[in-house]
Design a protein around this ligand. Structure first.
Ligand SMILES: Nc1nc2c(ncn2[C@@H]2O[C@H](COP(=O)(O)OP(=O)(O)OP(=O)(O)O)[C@@H](O)[C@H]2O)c(=O)[nH]1
Length: 316
């Protein structure tokens, strides 16, 4: 096949195409090279004409692309270079930015026969924009995933994050026969607070309490979460019931010490917390459901006994 000149109609059309087109003969010699490739490789057609693929691109030796061309020519089967292995096999650069970052490429090989000779058409499509968009979407998806683990109002972990952490830590406690405790906390008389100060200030109060209680948990493995409404929860790995009750007391006392004014109808003049504590027990409290129920029962008792207190649940 003579080297196709761009002066022919076909040559011109192929030269205008918005993708790289290269034709190799059975000896992998370049017999066609369009303008798109010339402007992105910095090598004019006249320079590569008659060179083998490896002479034009020595770096491709032993690379997947060389094998694929060989396979396409010998087996007469088309091939598409897997995108995930090498996104930029040819040293091609955006037109006008020679030497910058390589463009991301989708490469396919199509063998064909002309007369008695076999050739391989190599098509190179610039997928930089698509890949860039893909990356951006992946980044956004990650950000969304992170957001979906965070409570929108208070900024601490949400219920979903709490459930995942509790499950993970329970399995670890079981495996390692380690202690694990759970705190369930509820702001006292919060309905009165909302009724008196309004929902917006209620939200601000929730955020302050969340920050206050999360700041008292100091181990990296501890997880402070908004469990729902005006209820908070914490998972405390490697924490015995006695230690958990001490932590709970520190949190309770700290929130009380903030002296945030409460509604006149509230049980206490300041915003306070009631806290129920439950701890992992291999015999009875070994799953999330029973642990949460035990913490909830303890919290109920704390409310019934006057609020602003910590009650450690018994595994009954
Ligand atoms: N501002 C605000 N209020 C909320 C939110 N979620 C729940 N609440 C309010 O929290 C209040 C909870 O009230 P109750 O469950 O009756 O309990 P309480 O008044 O706190 O009384 P005790 O728990 O018995 O001390 C309700 O008035 C809810 O509307 C929220 O996201 N923002």
């Amino acid at each position: 096949m003579p080297f196709m000149q761009e002066s022919t109609l076909y040559g011109r059309v192929l030269g205008l195409a918005n993708l790289g087109l290269m034709v190799l003969d059975t000896g992998q010699r370049i017999v066609f090279w369009n303008q798109w490739l010339a402007s992105r490789s910095g090598m004019a057609a006249s320079r590569v004409q008659g060179l083998t693929l490896l002479e034009a691109f020595p770096e491709l030796e032993g690379q997947r692309i060389e094998q694929s061309v060989h396979t396409a020519l010998s087996s007469n089967l088309p091939a598409v270079l897997p995108q995930n292995q090498n996104r930029a096999p040819f040293p091609l650069f955006a037109a006008g930015t020679w030497g910058g970052e390589r463009i991301e490429q989708a490469v396919s090989m199509t063998p064909f026969t002309e007369g008695k000779e076999r050739f391989c058409l190599v098509e190179v499509v610039d997928v930089s924009n698509t890949v860039g968009r893909e990356r951006q979407l992946r980044g956004q998806a990650e950000a969304l995933r992170a957001q979906s683990y965070v409570d929108g109002l208070t900024g601490i972990a949400n219920r979903r994050h709490f459930d995942v952490a509790l499950d993970r830590e329970l399995r670890r406690a079981q495996r390692q026969d380690a202690p694990l405790s759970l705190l369930l906390m509820d702001i006292d008389s919060f309905k009165a607070y909302n009724d008196h100060f309004g929902h917006q200030q209620g939200d601000a109060c929730l955020t302050l309490v969340a920050e206050a209680f999360a700041s008292r948990l100091q181990r990296p493995a501890d997880l402070a979460a908004r469990y729902g409404g005006e209820e908070f929860a914490a998972v405390l790995p490697d924490t015995t019931p006695e230690q958990a009750s001490q932590h709970a007391e520190v949190i309770r006392a700290y929130v009380e010490s903030l002296k945030m004014a409460h509604a006149p109808k509230a049980v206490h003049p300041h915003v306070t917390l009631s806290i129920g504590v439950a701890s992992f027990d291999k015999e009875r409290l070994h799953d999330a459901k029973s642990l949460l129920e035990a913490a909830d029962r303890a919290l109920y008792i704390a409310k019934r006994e006057g609020r602003n207190r910590v009650v450690v649940g018994e595994p009954d």
